[in-house]
Design a protein around this ligand. Sequence first.
Ligand code: NOJ
Ligand code: CA
Length: 699
Amino acid sequence: MKNISLFIFFLFSTITFSQNLQSPDKQLELTVGVNKIGRPYYSLNYKTKPVLQTSFLGVILKNANTLAAEFEILKTSFSTVNESWKPVLGEQKEIQNQYNQLIVELFQKSTKRKMNIVFKLFNEGLAFRYEFPAQPEMNYFVITDEVTQFALTSNHKAFWIPGDYDSQEYVYNETKLSQVDVSKLDMNNGIGMKGPMANSRIQSPVMMKSTDGLYINIFEAAVVNYPIMHLDLDTTTFLMQSHLVPNAIGDKAYLQAPANSPWRTIMVSDDARKILASKMTLNLNEPSKIEDTSWIKPMKYVGIWWEMHVGKATWDYAGSQNAQMAQDAELKPTGKHGATTENTKRYIDFAAKHGFDGVLVEGWNIGWEDWFGNWKENVFDFVTAYPDFNVEEVQKYAESKGVKMIMHHETSGSVANYERRLDRAFSFMKKHNYNAVKSGYVGKIIPRGEWHDGQTMVNHFNWVVERAAEYKIMVNSHESSRPTGVHRTYPNYIAAEAARGNEFNAWSNGNPPMHETILPFTRFLGGPMDYTPGIFEIKMNHYDATKKEQVHTTLAKQLALYVTIYSPLQMAADLPENYERYPDAFQFIKDVEVDWDETKIMEAEPGDYLTIARKTKGKESWFLGAITDENARNTEITLDFLTPGKKYKATIYQDGKDAHWEKNPKAYSIKTVEVTAKTKLKLNLAAGGGTAISFIPLN
Ligand code: NOJ
Ligand code: CA
């Protein structure tokens, strides 16, 4: 249903000038202007409170005048949009796209260059981007910097990670802006890839809270043919400025007009729930370019994966010291190889028995003896299996059990190699009936000198997804740049990692209990994450008495994560034998859905807690997840999201009375009650705990 109303009027002016725009609900007010020396600027108020003070705008070009000053305004035009659209997979079946728009057309007399800045003011925030209309002066141009400012008004609390060009796999720091100091971070906390960093450079999205209760988030949307934007923070004035990730020779972006930057977004609300409910990022991306989307399906999966992370099995077949032997195919098995035909069949049986859609197998192909740390170009070919993994046999077995196999392509950062082999790799997948791939980019990038977050790599990640769509393949990328809503355009981009996932709990200091309460306010704003929840054996001393590592949640919280984390691709990450020991708790993972008609953010505070309820796509059942940080939490919720008059069977999976993420993480209890939309439920969450509930209609 489209209902677009357009009111356009033009205003001609060549003098110093400013213009205002309000959000549809009139709570946000934007001021845009050009100052005496022709610098474009903007400022933003929320309910009359300043959110951003005068912040300058512009880009710097290579070997040319900058596009940051000496501008005059040629024309401004206003329009308003209110429409809705349906995502292929999502948190809700319909998404409203409502905003007021202001286009400011700028002209630089001395160079005859034109640049437009397009502002879209939604109820939940502001988005703007630079547009470079087709013009002979900018047929081909190089951006060496973007000087977009976000002049924050005071010393807000911020949830931030360092502006590493190569990785987002960090724990979030919760400090005042004045205390941002990358040099004080523990860099030995399980992080394999570290690109260049600077002391007060942080990544976007950054989530902030002002002392007077405003939630502010700075991010970007639709990063296409452009590098990722990090933020340089002045820790005394609280001014943030865009820092684009460079390429191997220090340039930022190569463009050809007509072209545009990604959208820069500033979300603002005095209600944290509205930040999570916002669909601004998706609305700023282009509609689906895939016409027939019938093959894009949500997926719950298991896999030969956690057993490698906990050290029970290996990815490699011959042991990592035997790299040369592996190359010579004189492979002597270590006896711990995880990806065997036999083990895969065990997982296929398990998936079939418990209703999972797919099985992922890592370590199936040659190369793992020598995959990491050598910055080597030609490690994997993506088509040659180890001798103990029979692709045909696995294919036949999976088909006979109605289970889909998920391919694994670890590139070890050698993008050059992957691109050369991609079509063969995808053809091999189709031949063997794989319709989804998990890709990985651990290690430094080849072509050498490029970073994970530079323009070249952004183009690579988007190109792989586009190419995959031609083969009707879904993509789940790990160690890619963090998503910015591009999965609206390519819905086969079913999930990405691009943040610190559950895996870190297996082999590092792990993710503190507040981690999963921050991710929705940061990484998840850009798209679904393959976080891999569902770990029941919380402590790694289960595998080896000397191990101290552990998952930093209770078992019940691992269940709740299936609801609080939105992803149409969710893994049941623990080992089959561990699930078999807790069949009653495992039932929730079997029942929970991954694609939704409706989502209700019931309670939310970044870094503290989160309660979300979601209605199953096309069905009357609901699921609820509530999580807390290191503090225990008691709350009461009303089930008013349920259909009035209907009765439901609620199965409540909660922390045991003395549960605690560290001292007693596996204590849980399960009870069943009959509820209606009028029922009030008390939830008692342990320290680092959670509650998961399924609601099945009875009438
Ligand atoms: C890191 C990924 O996040 C993980 O899921 C995978 O198992 C390893 N790389 C190996 O590819
Ligand atoms: Ca990873």
